[in-house]
Design a protein around this ligand. Structure first.
Ligand code: SF4
Ligand code: SF4
Length: 303
């Protein structure tokens, strides 16, 4: 069994399922959504993050890197990602803490121990743990299933936050130990799904149908993004409603686009491709919420 990389274990989370939760963000995702606000969660390997505002351009990292992966660019200290082996030497030598590694192997024992620390908050708020990402369902499923099973055995509510783009066997491995799936639906139009996420939505929609047929407890999460799935006639939203109507699903959360994670792209030497995207107006959000409610979905704006 492989220990996946964990980016962060966020305590007292209020937007990743009911009550107060601890959210574990695993590293690596099969999709590349244009609007992704956690770009550090996309790759399955560690990343070296560069905080330019802390850098004094002393050049120590350049001289210490054993692989000649760092060099001076026109405006910043640059990284040749192909040469970087994530050895961490530059981080050890940077006195300004301008560089950091993202992603840490964590054993099941360590993760569960950390999750358990907030048990009191879960009990008082009907909260629990949310396994998220990146894409938690694309990690080593023996590991994930063991974490979920151990938490469940300790009486901790377990939620899985997923984009659904994995083989269904992965769901089968874990579903007996999961209390709630937070399942993302972005688009029904396949061409647009490929354009904005890099992958077809066949698997995503098919898995959702199967999960629903198996009686899983599911909340749908829909990112609402101007330039992606918002239009005057709400065509894409109406398609999502039609898809969800026959399924055994009652709760829908509408997640308005935000660009909070945009600054992280620079730190990771990545280009943000979502400059044209925008948050729908409050009126539009209310209009879409009403559409869902008219179709008997319990609908909330926000996580
Ligand atoms: S060692 Fe740190 S402060 Fe110096 S150039 Fe490298 S990143 Fe900047
Ligand atoms: S992590 Fe290692 S290989 Fe990568 S840039 Fe830093 S010193 Fe060089």
């Amino acid at each position: 069994m492989m220990n996946p990389l964990v980016i962060n274990l966020q305590k007292c989370s209020l937007h990743d399922g009911p009550g107060i939760r601890s959210t574990v963000f695993f590293k690596g995702c099969p999709l590349e959504c244009v609007w992704c606000h956690n770009p550090e969660s996309q790759s399955y390997t560690k990343d070296v993050l560069y905080n330019e505002e802390r850098c004094s351009r002393c050049g120590v990292c350049i001289s210490k890197c054993p692989n000649d992966a760092i060099y001076t660019g026109e405006t910043m200290i640059c990284l040749d990602k192909d040469k970087c082996t994530r050895c961490g030497t530059c981080i050890d030598y940077c006195v300004n803490n301008a560089r950091e590694i993202v992603g840490k192997e964590s054993t099941i024992k360590d993760i569960v121990k950390e999750i358990e620390k907030d048990r009191m908050f879960y009990e008082e708020s009907n909260g629990g743990v949310t396994l998220s990402g990146g894409e938690v369902m694309s990690q080593d499923m023996d590991y994930i299933s063991q974490v979920a099973k151990t938490c469940q055995a300790k009486g901790i509510n377990v939620a899985i936050d997923t984009c659904g783009y994995v083989k269904f066997q992965n769901f089968e491995k874990v579903m007996d130990h999961v209390d709630l799936f937070l399942y993302d639906i972005k688009l029904i139009d396949e061409e647009k799904h490929i354009k904005f996420t890099g992958k077809s939505n066949d698997l995503v929609l098919d898995n959702l149908k199967k999960l629903s047929e198996r009686g899983a407890n599911i909340s749908i999460r829909i990112p609402l993004i101007g330039g992606v799935n918002i239009d005057d006639e709400n065509l894409e939203v109406k398609k999502i409603i039609e898809f969800l109507k026959p399924l055994n699903i009652k709760n829908v959360h509408l997640l308005p686009y935000h660009s909070i994670g945009k600054h992280k792209y620079d730190k990771l030497y990545m280009k943000y491709e979502g400059e044209e995207l925008f948050r729908p107006s409050d009126e539009k959000l209310e209009e879409i919420k009403k559409l869902f409610e008219q179709n008997n979905f319990k609908t909330k704006i926000g996580g």
